[in-house]
Design a binder for this molecule. Structure first.
Ligand SMILES: Cc1cc2nc3c(=O)[nH]c(=O)nc-3n(C[C@H](O)[C@H](O)[C@H](O)COP(=O)(O)OP(=O)(O)OC[C@H]3O[C@@H](n4cnc5c(N)ncnc54)[C@H](O)[C@@H]3O)c2cc1C
Length: 373
């Protein structure tokens, strides 16, 4: 069946960025959100969210703290050999599974917005209108399309985006475990070729999520072997994988994770969340950036509508706002990642951090924003 419907905005992707954008716009215009998966679902993510977006989420009627999110205020980082640096987190954050957080947003918006479960496969822009085709044959049209489809999708190939043509050396694994762990702490344990984040979520499970290079991972025959050998050279991870009881039948995995530069506006589409750029996960700021970029876009779009600005003006204003808010954070994230993955540089950085502990919160601040209102 082929059906064509017209909207003010089509949002492609119903993760944090897409759902937040829909929620921010739904009272003011006709919004369609298309998500290929059903809600709720687990996602590969460290599940530590910076508090910078908490008041904004609450203003949209979504309060993770009322749904059991853990309040986190301490960071513990360890080197490949287990030496530890501890720091307070300047803004702090909360621990909540993506299963629960995305669902909270979905519930807040689903009664008021058209949400379709399908995969977008084609997009064209002719005479100031987008036509967006879904896999099942439906066609949607709108003057504006928001790309909120995450870090990597079939659409990046379709749009011929530059980063998709380059191979990426990263893969990531995530699972939940039963394990005795401090509710208020997020730990980042380094190992040869990557790092693993541990923090609690609303169910009291500990989320273990790690990022590693293929070069390091391919020396093992399986995830279990990798965890028990390469990762467990760090005594904190050895302890974790020895005692933790897995709650998933299999860990979730994703591959080809690219941290290369992307553009916030491409082919007249407004990119938000990871579709505009992915910060290194060790910064713990990707989700806040996804929510923040949705806020930036929705506010600029509503002003554009009210003031009857041109499309060019909206594109320029959003690109500028995105760069001003996020490009420095992404650069800092890349630099920290480069240091942590080189054992000699990491050792020097840890020695400095131990001598001057007040430096750690300062570095963290450079990868985060301020409280959004
Ligand atoms: C290993 C790892 C650990 C991380 N840990 C943290 C952390 O602890 N804290 C933090 O803040 N950030 C973390 N991040 C980053 C964070 O996960 C992302 O920044 C965040 O998920 C971005 O949300 P999003 O809405 O942009 O994308 P997503 O949540 O990925 O949503 C995109 C959605 O688009 C849908 N989609 C894709 N293609 C199509 C299509 N063609 N049609 C329809 N739908 C489509 C997908 O199904 C998906 O639901 C981590 C990332 C990684 C890789």
């Amino acid at each position: 069946m082929q059906e064509e419907s017209t909207f003010d905005i089509v949002i492609i992707g119903g993760g944090l960025a897409g759902l937040t954008c829909a929620l921010a716009l739904v009272d003011y215009c006709k919004v369609l959100l298309v998500e290929k998966e059903s809600f709720p679902n687990h996602k590969v993510c460290g599940e530590y969210v910076s508090n910078e977006v908490l008041p904004y989420l609450q203003s949209l009627g979504v309060d993770p703290l009322q749904h059991g999110a853990k309040q986190i205020n301490t960071l513990e980082i360890s080197t490949h050999t287990g030496a530890v640096v501890k720091s307070n987190l300047p803004l702090g954050g909360f621990g909540m599974s993506r299963y629960a957080l995305d669902m909270l947003l979905y519930k807040a918006v689903s009664d008021r917005c058209t949400i379709v479960q399908d995969t977008i496969t084609e997009i064209s822009f002719v005479d100031e209108m987008f036509r967006v085709n879904a896999k099942n044959g439906d066609v949607f049209s709108a003057p504006h399309v928001v790309g909120a489809y995450g870090k990597r999708s079939n659409l990046d190939k379709l749009l011929n985006r530059k980063f998709i043509q380059e191979k990426s050396p990263w893969l990531a694994v995530k699972a939940h475990y039963t394990y005795d762990f401090d509710d208020t702490k997020v730990a980042l344990h380094n190992f040869n070729g990557g790092y693993c984040g541990l923090s609690k979520v609303e169910t009291n499970a500990v989320n273990a999520c790690y990022l590693t290079t293929y070069a390091s991972f391919k020396k093992s025959n399986s995830i279990v072997q990798f965890q028990n050998e390469t990762m467990s050279a760090n005594p904190h991870l050895a302890h974790f994988f020895k005692d933790a009881v897995p709650l998933f039948s299999e860990p979730l995995t994703i591959s080809q994770i690219s941290f290369n530069t992307k553009q916030p506006v491409e082919n007249h589409m407004f990119m938000i969340g990871d579709t505009a750029g992915l910060i290194h996960p060790l910064c713990g700021n990707g989700m806040a950036m996804a929510i923040h970029s949705a806020k930036l876009f929705s506010e600029l779009y509503l002003a554009h509508k009210k003031q009857k600005q041109s499309r060019d003006a909206l594109e320029l204003n959003y690109s500028r706002a995105w760069q001003e808010n996020f490009s420095r954070r992404l650069q800092t994230g890349r630099r920290i990642q480069n240091v942590l993955l080189r054992p000699s540089l990491a050792k020097a950085a840890f020695t400095t951090a131990r001598m001057f502990p007040s430096l750690v919160p300062e570095v963290i601040k450079k990868t985060h924003g301020t409280i959004l209102v």
